[in-house]
Design a protein. Structure first.
Lengths: 169, 186
């Protein structure tokens, strides 16, 4: 773990030293880059808001719970413990929501239980597909069905594999 | 995206009507608040990384990264656009290193550039790579397990790594297949 914490400082050291060597005005240059932060976020914000409002509704209305319960037999068939079905369903929408579910599972079953380890792999190997699509494709008229379907399918197959690996490794 | 939004929105709305109508607006406001606080915290993160990337660009290090990754990037993204390749390479390496918040601003800029130059396939490929997770070390999960008193918090490292490698490869493969089928139909 010690080595990992060196990555970021070393990265800055190398890049800033090279820049200094090339006579880049560091202060001006850094500020010029930081200037882009606000406009970038402003262009993304409406889509981010719509997506987060949607995922809040999805969870608090009980809709997520209902779909998760409905899918339970299907999950069991694929070797996914039904306890983590909500997590699998929420993960594509919200990172914070699924992290909350993950920590609930850790508390309920203990962090070293089979269920908790399946949940950890499912959380760690998947991504917030809808969230990423909202910010990457903010404001484009592009049809997003293909990339989103592909990513969801790949991540779901990953959950099945992950639960299998937890069992055999 | 519009279909998904509409379907979930109406289903949730109907459920609220029968269960707890007061909670409907409250949930929406809570979502909005999450977006506002998240955007503020992202603002601070993006300041740091966009400043850093500008220095990297000016120093020529970005072009170096692009040149090293160019052969692979040309195959993967099917473009020769050097700026977009540099941005994507930065996005992917930040993902691999698990630098929190760093991949996104690069990813957004790369996607904008890809779409502006008509490289829709490249934008989709970059999205799939990001949306299937590339992180080598699941730091958040390990930290959480450690905090909860796990005896071996890192024992999920190997299964997570294998799984995430699998999802990324499968994602790339599926996108290529979908692309091929789509082209044949036209």
């Amino acid at each position: 773990m010690k080595f990992v914490s060196l990555i970021v400082p070393l990265l800055f050291l190398v890049v800033f030293a090279v820049a200094l060597f090339r006579r880049v005005k560091l202060y001006d240059c850094f500020a010029e880059g930081a200037k882009e932060a606000a406009p970038l976020l402003l262009s993304v914000f409406p889509y981010l808001a719509a997506m987060l409002i949607l995922s809040e509704l999805f969870e608090s209305s009980g809709l997520a719970r209902m779909i998760a319960d409905f899918l339970t037999p299907f999950y069991r068939l694929l070797g996914i413990p039904p306890e983590i079905s909500s997590l699998v369903l929420i993960k594509p929408f919200s990172g914070s929501g699924s992290l909350a579910l993950l920590s609930e599972l850790f508390t309920a079953y203990g962090p070293d239980s089979y269920i908790a380890r399946c949940a950890a792999v499912a959380y760690g190997s998947g991504e917030t597909v809808f969230y990423i699509s909202a910010i990457y494709f903010a404001g484009t008229k592009k049809k997003l069905l293909r990339p989103i379907a592909v990513s969801l399918l790949a991540n779901f197959a990953g959950v099945v594999l992950g639960c299998l690996l937890v069992r055999i490794l | 995206m519009n279909a998904i939004f509409t379907a979930i929105f109406f289903a949730a709305l109907l459920l609220f009507l029968f269960t707890d109508p007061d909670l409907f607006l409250a949930s929406m406001l809570k979502g909005g608040q999450k977006a506002a606080t998240l955007t503020l915290s992202l603002l601070s993160v993006y300041c740091v990384w966009l400043g850093f990337f500008k220095v990297m660009e000016r120093s020529g290090a970005m072009r170096g990264v692009a040149r090293i990754t160019a052969p692979l990037a040309r195959k993967l993204f099917r473009t020769r656009d050097e700026e977009a390749i540099a941005l994507s390479a930065g996005n992917l390496s930040a993902n691999l290193l698990g630098l929190p918040g760093a991949p996104t601003p690069l990813g957004i800029r790369a996607t904008k550039r890809f779409l502006a130059t008509g490289h829709d396939f490249a934008a989709e490929m970059l999205f799939v790579l990001n949306a299937t997770s590339l992180q080598l070390l699941p730091t958040t999960v390990i930290a959480l397990r450690l905090a909860m008193g796990s005896l071996s918090p890192a024992d999920i490292f190997l299964p997570t790594l294998l799984t995430t490698a699998f999802t990324t490869l499968l994602g790339v493969f599926l996108l290529l297949m979908a692309q091929k089928c789509g082209r044949r139909r036209k």
